[in-house]
Design a protein around this ligand. Sequence first.
Ligand SMILES: *Cc1c(COP(=O)(O)O)cnc(C)c1O
Length: 399
Amino acid sequence: MRIKTPIYLDNNSTTQVDPRVLEAMLPYFNDRFGNASSNHSFGWMAKSAVENARDIISDFLKVSSKNIYFTSGATESINLVHLGLTENVNPKSFHIITSNIEHSATAESLNHLATKGFDVTIINVDKTGTVDPDRITSAIKTNTKLISIIFANNEIGTINDVKTIGQFCKEQDILFHVDATQAVGKIKFDVSEMNIDFLSFTAHKLYGPKGIGTLYINNNNPKAKLARRLFGGSQEGSIKPGTLNVPAIVGFGKAIEICSEEMTKDYEHTVTLRDKFYKNIVSNLDGVSINGTMKDRLPNNLNFFVEGVRADKLMLELRDLAFSNSSACASGSTKPSRILKALGLTDEQALGSVRFGFGRFNTIAEIDYASQRVIEAVNKLRTLSKDKLQFHKQNIEQI
Ligand SMILES: *Cc1c(COP(=O)(O)O)cnc(C)c1O
């Protein structure tokens, strides 16, 4: 079978729109183009499509549709939570706990709050790349108001024990925000059972369109109230004013509907591809090691260090494969990934690490081709830099 290249293996960065999602969206660009706020048949048609998508998403999360707010993506949802909770608050009275493996949307918005005088505690992860819930409990102070934690990491795929952390939050009456962008549609979880007050995620990581996301707010908790950070119309409870992106919302709903039906199938498919790919690599190459842990890991993520090879060189060698040398947001810079550094990797190890993200549309034939190409390219680069490699190895041993 002929393989069509380039092969897309970067599904933790974004996913292609599922053809069924695109088909559902198309009528809302022309035939049903109305503004969901208009009070006439075009508006009603758009509004009913939006509410249908909201129902699909809330059913999927097993929450009330009143708790679902559409945003432009996870970045905006996360910012709305962090900035909305702290808007009219004395910084000294509001302590926040987070981790050192957050997506930049969380890391940077909390960093902004820290510069405004808010007390932010960053919990370091262990070598496996997961947050130890005990370290969070130890960090709780009398004025701890918010815990903001990533569910599953976008670079190393590690899954945090959100349920245990949610339990503390409930016991201690602390608000709990979870960035579930990589988890939704990949792994099963229960929002209410986990005591989550705010949940952020985005459509384009689960075969929906870009530029549409959601924020779930637990409106049953009187403390889970966000001050306005954006001003305009009264759309989405005034939390996210502005004309709704109806085609994208419809696509988001369809993408979630497909996830709810096919999640188990997707899970098994991506685990099969991932494990086959990794097995091919490690049985043919020495000096390859996993970053993070295989135990609590997303089904579709692989991140590993290849000794003696620079990831950016490997990417140039493998233009027929689309993968990543660190998070997409951080690429373009040669700085080692802060997530890999958080695991305790050296700069060399971090710069020698690659991420592969497997998806619904990848095939076994693609995996065989791709793993073969990685093996060839690593062998080639290692032969070319043999002298340097010896030097590099000695360097690592000295540490
Ligand atoms: C992609 C991603 C985001 C940001 O999503 P956008 O839709 O780009 O705003 C946030 N958190 C995680 C874990 C992600 O993977």
